[in-house]
Design a binder for this molecule. Structure first.
Ligand code: 13P
Ligand code: SF4
Length: 317
């Protein structure tokens, strides 16, 4: 038992009584991860939302994640601890901006990262997450131009891996991941030259990690560019003593639980997402007690977005 035990008991009791499944993203606070039915990355949680038999989904994450769950499971009630939990990356493009971009490139296939509003998804051909962005782009015929949005660092990573030339990238960024800089990365590597490196593709330092490999400063087998779910798989596999982690720091809780014999250290210990941390234990309990905040998506917007989101859920492992 710890200071959260009574709170956990009450959360679990209410979830059972009210037929609620609690999904938590890997960036949530440790106590929220520990009480959830499932913890995972954006793709895994979308799949769980689509497959769940509970009548209510309580999504401990940010607003676009709950909207995605609602698009996939329109008959269910979808709750979030705080509906004001937005996303700086999703805010870099709205549906009007996307319509204008599409008008400049008629016939292009629109690939949107799941970190977008439901309205943007409604203007999208296929969504992706960081786990399956490469597979999604590879599923599009080579002669079709692609508009990839909104993350420039993920876009650059996908372009590097696929070698795709006819791909235009929206210049958005997540302020948390963009803030994990090449300088932070170099300082961490200098302090721990033998450590393995896990880098989320949204990071501002993802390209420099690969330059350090091509310059011979880091062996290629020690550098992994991965989604949060991919990081967890690598944490279970690794035999390294030290692993440097470039992503939001909530991730460290899952990594340390998955492998207690390895030391996981953040590349930037200030990389905390203020939106993810708007889910507090008090608000999670309030969501269960009072049924708020409920997330809804206009049914017409949801109908336009559904095929793109369902295709995302079907692609990749
Ligand atoms: P993944 O969990 O899909 O890697 O996404 C990271 C993220 O920034 C979600 O907000
Ligand atoms: Fe958005 Fe970045 Fe926070 Fe993820 S970490 S929710 S991309 S602001």
């Amino acid at each position: 038992p710890d200071q959260w035990q009574d709170w956990r008991d009450e959360v679990r009791r209410l979830a059972r009584e009210k037929d609620v499944v609690i999904l938590a993203h890997n960036y949530q606070a440790p106590e929220i991860q520990d009480v959830a039915d499932h913890v995972g990355d954006s793709l895994a949680l979308s799949r769980l939302a689509a497959a769940s038999e509970a009548s209510t989904i309580l999504f401990a994450g940010v607003h676009f994640m709950a909207e995605t769950a609602k698009i996939l499971a329109p008959e269910k009630t979808v709750l979030v601890p705080d509906a004001n939990a937005g996303c700086s990356l999703a805010d870099t493009i709205d549906a009007d901006q996307l319509r204008a971009w599409k008008a400049e490139h008629p016939g292009a296939v629109v690939v949107s990262y799941v970190n977008t509003s439901a309205e943007v998804k409604g203007e999208t051909d296929i969504c992706c997450t960081s786990s399956n962005a490469v597979e999604v782009v590879e599923s599009i015929p080579a002669d079709r131009e692609i508009l990839f949005l909104p993350d420039q660092f993920l876009g650059a990573h996908v372009q590097r891996v696929t070698g795709r030339q006819n791909m235009r990238i929206w210049m958005g960024e997540c302020h948390v991941h963009a803030g994990i800089s090449p300088t932070d990365l170099r300082a961490s590597v200098e302090a721990a030259p033998d450590a393995e490196l896990l880098v989320h593709p949204e990071c501002g330092c993802a390209t420099s990690a690969l330059w350090m490999v091509s310059d011979g400063q880091l062996p290629t087998e020690r550098v992994h560019i991965l989604s949060t779910g991919g990081m967890l798989d690598e944490a279970r596999r690794t035999t390294a003593k030290r692993v440097l982690v470039a992503t939001e720091i909530g991730m460290l809780h899952q990594l340390r639980q998955a492998n207690p014999t390895t030391s996981f250290e953040p590349v930037n210990s200030r990389a905390s997402c203020p939106y993810m941390k708007m889910s507090t234990p008090e608000k999670l309990l309030r969501a269960l007690r009072e049924g708020r905040d409920e997330v809804t998506v206009d049914p017409q917007v949801a109908a336009r977005a559904r095929a793109a989101v369902e295709a995302m859920v079907a692609i990749g492992t």
